[in-house]
Design a protein around this ligand. Structure first.
Ligand code: ATP
Length: 233
């Protein structure tokens, strides 16, 4: 079998939050293949969200490389990283970060506004938003409802549709299932992965819930890939 293309490659990446000398993250090496799903487990405070921030480029490594889809984003300016993220990365946040007064459809279509190449991959955006809602088991009546009126489980699916639209090569998800019971979490992941596999989108999800592990292609522990520092890096 041919080697899958890497979607993510970190080499000797180091980061500490400005003014927070007590915490520093070092990732000697992390490699993820295109189209695969990976669960990153780690205790609270181990730096999982910090690592996601490095990968999506909201913060930049102080040294080392962070390559996403072949581009070292740590060499880009902040504006370039923002544009790169919009084109290449779908995000599912812990609190979903939907616009509560905007319709479900407008929430799902939002990432396409800032990413012309991602937009160009979607022939009929309204139809694609509808298709994603159906595939994620959202009733079709929700499309024109305000996102803030939906249940937590429905909002999570809208957040997933927003991340999936335009088939970005990578989706990053920060504990998006923690507010839901185990059966609802399992169904959510099954529906999400069916769509990400269809698109060839890789998923990196961080969690401290090891019960999710069996649904993923790979499981990695924060303590195996990263170390933390007590001094500035
Ligand atoms: N925006 C920030 N500014 C300053 N320090 C931060 C920021 N975000 C995280 N930290 C610090 O970085 C360290 C690691 O936190 P991080 O949120 O990355 O861990 P985590 O593994 O995601 O934790 P949790 O599972 O509780 O969300 C903590 O000491 C935290 O206080």
């Amino acid at each position: 079998m041919a080697d899958p293309t890497p979607i993510l490659n970190l080499q000797k990446a180091r980061y500490h939050w400005p003014g927070r000398e007590a915490f520093g993250l070092i990732v000697p090496e992390l490699h993820l293949n295109a189209g695969e799903t990976t669960l990153l487990l780690g205790a609270s405070g181990s730096g999982k969200s910090t690592l996601l921030s490095l990968i999506c480029g909201t913060v930049s490594a102080q040294s080392g490389t962070v390559s996403v889809a072949g581009t070292d984003i740590s060499a880009l300016s902040e504006g370039q990283r923002d544009r790169f993220r919009a084109e290449h990365i779908g995000l599912i946040f812990q609190q979903f970060n939907l616009l509560p007064y905007a319709s479900v459809r407008d929430n799902i279509l939002l990432p396409l506004q800032f990413a012309p190449r991602r937009r160009a991959r979607v022939n009929a955006p309204h139809d694609e938003a509808k298709r994603l809602c159906l595939e994620l088991d959202l009733p079709k009546e929700v499309m024109l409802k305000r996102a803030g009126t939906l249940s937590v489980g429905q909002q999570q699916r809208v957040a997933a549709a927003r991340a999936l639209i335009g088939a970005p090569p990578l989706i990053l998800a920060d504990e998006p299932t923690s507010a839901l019971d185990a059966a609802t979490q399992a169904t959510f992941l099954r529906l999400l992965f069916a769509q990400s596999k269809r698109n060839g989108t890789a998923i990196l999800m961080v969690s401290h819930d090891a019960r999710l592990a069996k649904q993923f292609d790979h499981v990695i522990e924060m303590s195996d890939i990263a170390s933390t520092l007590a001094e500035p890096v």
